[in-house]
Design a protein around this ligand. Sequence first.
Ligand code: PLP
Length: 367
Amino acid sequence: MTTAPDTAFTITRKTDGISAAERAHVLANPGFGRAFTDHMAVVTYTEGRGWHSPEILPRQPLLLDPAASVLHYAQEIFEGMKAYRAPDGRILLFRPEANARRFRKSAERMAMADLPEDLFLEAVTQLVSIDSDWVPAPDVGTLYIRPFMIATEAALGVKPAAEFKFIVIACAAGDYFSADSGLVSVWVEENSVRASRGGTGTAKCGGNYAASLNAQMEGKAHGCHQVLFLDALERRWLEEMGGMNVMMVFEDGTLLTPPLASGTILHGITRDSLLTLARDRGLTVREEPYAIDQLYADATAGRLKEVFACGTAAVVTPIGAFKSTRGECTIGDGKTAGPITSSLRQTLCDLQFGRTADPHDWVKVVG
Ligand SMILES: *Cc1c(COP(=O)(O)O)cnc(C)c1O
């Protein structure tokens, strides 16, 4: 990649980082979302001047004015992506330009500054390069990368901010769901909704997550790990999990997932990749509305064989049961991942970790 003058990052290295031995200890069992790397990327936007002052800095707290718009009106968007360690030690990104493109779309919806895709990719690449020692061994996990943008202008008037910061942080990550907990159980949320037509459901913004937390608490109170959201109008059609998309596998081998046309479902890159991989292997793929009543009926009749959630953080996560006010229904034997779920997950992971040929040109080498 050629580096334009405005994407030439100033690099300030952390000098008091933890020792290699301490890092190795952390990387042996990183968990999710707490083993942060040494550095962060920061780029500033000022109206009239555009994006400027790209920097790599030692990871540190932000200095924000208490009137910063993000703190009051939630002008915030983010992305989630991973860096993978290949068998030959190279570090790989998976479809990073798709994250850069989606970030621009999210920014547009939230009236935030347009971030050039090159600058997004350069910030991610620079951070992963400087913190490459933090990418775990492939049998342990990945480096989870969190690019985000916040409105920093100190102004309580309600208007799009004129100042933003684009920041990238990263953390070493093991499995999102612990392996010993069995299959995931899902609460079907009938009260609150995640997104409605014309809302912000297709933007990856923090506000969507804040609005989903009470449903998550409700699900937890019913003994479930995750929540399935239904459409806002009829509370009937499956949408998604609030941080992952959802897919069904039927006895004839058809793979079905709710369509993007409603404008209420996040355009998952994992979703898109799995649909492509399923078509590659000759499965029938349908992007069609699917009702929760139908799911209960199909599962009970044995027509619905497998259900899984998919997203960057949790990859492909098999679902063992749904619970709602109408009762519980088990998927498959409720204990083991189905064959199509398992093999799609394997195919995707083999690609992401650089273990197989990459016919779709999805994998990008860092450095
Ligand atoms: C990020 C996200 C997903 C998954 O998208 P991927 O690109 O596959 O990681 C699904 N739903 C929501 C609401 C999300 O924010």
